[in-house]
Design a protein around this ligand. Structure first.
Ligand code: MG
Ligand code: ZN
Length: 186
């Protein structure tokens, strides 16, 4: 049995839940879910997991969009997830750019630390799903279990190598949810 009774899955946003863009996701219209991603979240919700999102949003620090717009994107995300029976319990975002040298921008583990404290979880029992090396590095820094999905920047991330030890690779969020939940039953 896991030492923690709290069941949480931590997800990156862009390239994991929704399609990523090198030009940033700057509006609700540009926020388009990846195939099967919302249903994957619903499966996890229905299996008793809480979902926390941790996302770098330096577009705010760069002035590409503002907080109202980010809130509107997340409202769309919450509504679309709810429409298929899922729930995202918390969204943590870093609005800073690299120059700000904050503690929350991944690969820094600040957001994951806040999630661990807020939900009182044991990182060792908690998967952290991302498509970029910095997602996996932030996870590994606190002892979360790093999971790489091959959507978004995932294929490039895998090809570049240097993944944290113990990283588990899945085709996409749907495959993660199926693998993760079937393992839980073993
Ligand atoms: Mg990403
Ligand atoms: Zn930050």
């Amino acid at each position: 049995m896991p030492t923690s009774v709290k069941k949480i899955v931590v997800l990156d946003r862009d390239g994991v839940i929704n399609a990523d863009s090198d030009a940033y996701i700057k509006s609700p219209d540009e926020w388009i879910p990846l195939p099967g991603a919302l249903e994957a979240i619903a499966r996890l919700t229905q299996a008793g997991y809480r979902i926390a999102v941790a996302t770098n949003q330096s577009g705010i620090g760069r002035g590409l969009f503002d907080m109202n717009t980010l809130n509107a994107m997340h409202l769309k995300m919450h509504k679309m997830v709810a429409a298929v029976g899922g729930r995202i319990d918390a969204v943590f975002f870093c609005p800073h750019t690299a120059e700000d040298q904050c503690e929350c921008r991944k690969p820094k583990p600040g957001m994951l630390k806040m999630i661990a404290e807020r939900f009182e979880i044991d990182p060792e029992d908690t998967p952290c799903v991302g498509d970029s090396l910095r997602d996996l590095q932030a996870a590994a820094a606190l002892g979360f279990v790093p999971h790489l999905v091959l959507t978004g920047k995932g294929k490039k991330t895998l090809a570049a190598g240097g993944l944290p030890e113990g990283t588990i690779v899945h085709d996409d969020l749907r495959a993660f949810a199926l693998d993760f939940l079937s393992e839980e039953l073993e």
